[in-house]
Structure formats: structure tokens, C-alpha cells
Design a protein. Structure first.
Length: 337
């Protein structure tokens, strides 16, 4: 009888854990939303004219667990351009298609120590192409444009089908390009065109660099909401299987390579600070989105356009850090619990 009672107690505890966790998830999301919804620090990116026009009060939070449960607060319908968060998924396409060594050998996987659109950083590595260039990665503009050029296809449309396809699969729905953003960026991306030309000159881009820049601009203009981004992050947290649709989007064994680059280079100049405080692989975009991954647990995303000086959403950083700390999402702290 004693053993039966002990077994029953264990079962009851096990059954109660998900219920408690569900309440904890929603409570953590609600608390962060209410805490930061009136925060007015930072400002929208304005070097792309269309981004300056986005409502700075926009604020949405979504968290998706690896078993497909969704917890939200705030605006979940307004779409913003994905911007640099797209770099993660185009890099994932290259790794999925060509293996984990492809990005490392062509572009490199180290933090640059420079601004995300630095031309000096390109000059610093021009003599070592093909060797796993030091201080270059696929999450800064030079490396990202090069990664876009690595997606295979006989035509621009064929390449775009792969890029848009993997974004759709990660998000679990058909995403569309925000044409006003695409035009605005295309009209003002002379710096990226210069970067693309240099990367071609130095051998990082081996195809049509103008096509690569255009497709990169288009991928950055994909429209997403907070739930889309959280689902994309949760797919990475779930080792490449979309927890909402059930589709295996990426081979499980290749996901850690994506997370590693996110951890070291996901938040521009402040990537080290972010990792120091949260331990979460993450990626920001100047459209105001930010995704973070707690491997094996959840993906989380916030949309809030006002940015800090490094180009990262201020409310997003604060809200995600609070939620992760509450839910013990830091993978680097697991051994201390």
C-alpha cells in the first residue's frame, strides 16, 4: 500500500507540472508586458525611411513552447519587416543544403568586433577568403549578403523560392514581402551594394552580387508578427521541428550550429552583453523584432520598434530577459539549479 501511495503521489506531481507551467508561462508574459508597455526609451530606425513611419507604441510578446503551446500579450497582428532576423533563416538554409562546414569555410563564424554594416570589417578579412575568415559571420551584413548568394538556384526566382520557403516553414504560414519596405530599402541601400561589390571582389560572393544584394533586401522586407517570430524561434528550440505544424524544417543535428552563431553575434555590438545576462541565443532586427531561443524549452519573440544605439529593441530586450529569468530559460545556468 505504501508503494502504491508513493506511486500515486509521483503521478499526481507529474500531472500537475504542466498545469503549473502553463500558468507560469502566461503569468510571466503578462507581467513583462504590463511592466514595459509604457516604456518610451529609444527610437525607430530611420536610415530606412519606411521604418521611421512604424508606430513606436507597437508592442507584442509571444512565447511558443516546444510542445506547441502559445502564450501571448499585446499586439499580435501588426506586421513589421523581419530585417536582420532573416539572416538566421537564410544561414539555416545554407547549412541545411550544404552542411555545417559551408558557412564556416566561406564566411566564418566569429564576431566581427565592428558595426553590422562595417566596410572596414570587410577589408580586414579580404586576404583570407576560403579559410574560415576570422572575425566574420553570416549575421552581419557582409556575411549575410554572402550567405544569400550561397543559396543555390539557376535563377533569382529559384533562389528566392528557397529563401522564402524556409522562412514560411519556420513560421508555419505563408509570409509576404512588405512592398513599401522593400522599395524603401532598395532605394536607400547603396552601402549594402558597396558591401556586396567588395565581397564579390574578394571572393566571398561567387555569383551575381547585385542579385545577392537584391534578394537580401527582399528577405529583410518579409512581414512578420510576434507570433510568427516566436514560432520560428521555437522551431529552433525544438531542434528544427516546428512545434505548431509538426514539420521537420531543419535536420536536428544542424540546429546547434545556427544557435552558436546567434549566441555570439545575434545582437550586433551588444551580443556579448546579452549572452552574459541571459545565456540565450538570439537575433534582433532593426524593424523592432527580437527572437530568443531556450533550447528544449521555448522560443520567444517581441515586436517593439524603438531601438537602442546598437540597433536592438529596448522593450524587447527587457521583456525577454525578465520572462526567461522567471521561467529559468538560461541554458548556461542549468548546472546551477
Amino acid at each position: 500500500m505504501k508503494r502504491v501511495l508513493q506511486y500515486a503521489a509521483v503521478v499526481l506531481i507529474a500531472l500537475s507540472i504542466p498545469l503549473t507551467a502553463q500558468g507560469d508561462f502566461q503569468s510571466a508574459v503578462n507581467t513583462a508586458f504590463n511592466k514595459y508597455k509604457t516604456l518610451k526609451e529609444g527610437k525607430n530606425a530611420d536610415y530606412i525611411p519606411a521604418l521611421a513611419k512604424v508606430d513606436p507604441a507597437l508592442f507584442g510578446i509571444a512565447l511558443v513552447t516546444t510542445d506547441g503551446k502559445v502564450y501571448t500579450a499585446g499586439d499580435l497582428t501588426t506586421e513589421v519587416s523581419i530585417q536582420s532576423i532573416s539572416k538566421v533563416f537564410t544561414m539555416a538554409q545554407v547549412i541545411q543544403e550544404q552542411g555545417v562546414d559551408a558557412i564556416e569555410k566561406r564566411i566564418g563564424v566569429d564576431a566581427t568586433g565592428a558595426r553590422f554594416n562595417s566596410i572596414i570589417a570587410v577589408e580586414a578579412v579580404k586576404n583570407v577568403v576560403g579559410t574560415g575568415a576570422p572575425e566574420m559571420n553570416a549575421l552581419v551584413n557582409p556575411g549575410a549578403i554572402s550567405a544569400t548568394s550561397m543559396v543555390t538556384g539557376k535563377t533569382a526566382d529559384a533562389v528566392w523560392a528557397k529563401i522564402s520557403g524556409i522562412h514560411n516553414d519556420f513560421a508555419g504560414r505563408q509570409l509576404k514581402v512588405l512592398q513599401d519596405v522593400y522599395k524603401s530599402e532598395s532605394d536607400s541601400n547603396q552601402r549594402n551594394q558597396a558591401i556586396g561589390a567588395l565581397m564579390f571582389a574578394y571572393g566571398y560572393i561567387k555569383t551575381d552580387w547585385k542579385q545577392a544584394v537584391d534578394l537580401y533586401t527582399r528577405q529583410c522586407s518579409i512581414g512578420v508578427n510576434a507570433k510568427d517570430l516566436a514560432t520560428m524561434a521555437a522551431t529552433l528550440a525544438n531542434m528544427g521541428k516546428n512545434p505548431v505544424t509538426g514539420k521537420q524544417v531543419m535536420e536536428a543535428g544542424k540546429v546547434p550550429s545556427v544557435l552558436a552563431v546567434m549566441a555570439t553575434a545575434g545582437l550586433y555590438d551588444d551580443s556579448g552583453k546579452w549572452l552574459y545576462h541571459t545565456g540565450l541565443p538570439a537575433k534582433s532586427g532593426v524593424g523592432g523584432g527580437l527572437i530568443a531561443v531556450s533550447p528544449g524549452k521555448f522560443g520567444i519573440a517581441v515586436v517593439s520598434p524603438p531601438l537602442d544605439d546598437a540597433g536592438n529593441s529596448i522593450r524587447a530586450q527587457k521583456a525577454i530577459a525578465d520572462i526567461s529569468n522567471t521561467l529559468k530559460g538560461n541554458p548556461l545556468a542549468a548546472a546551477t539549479r
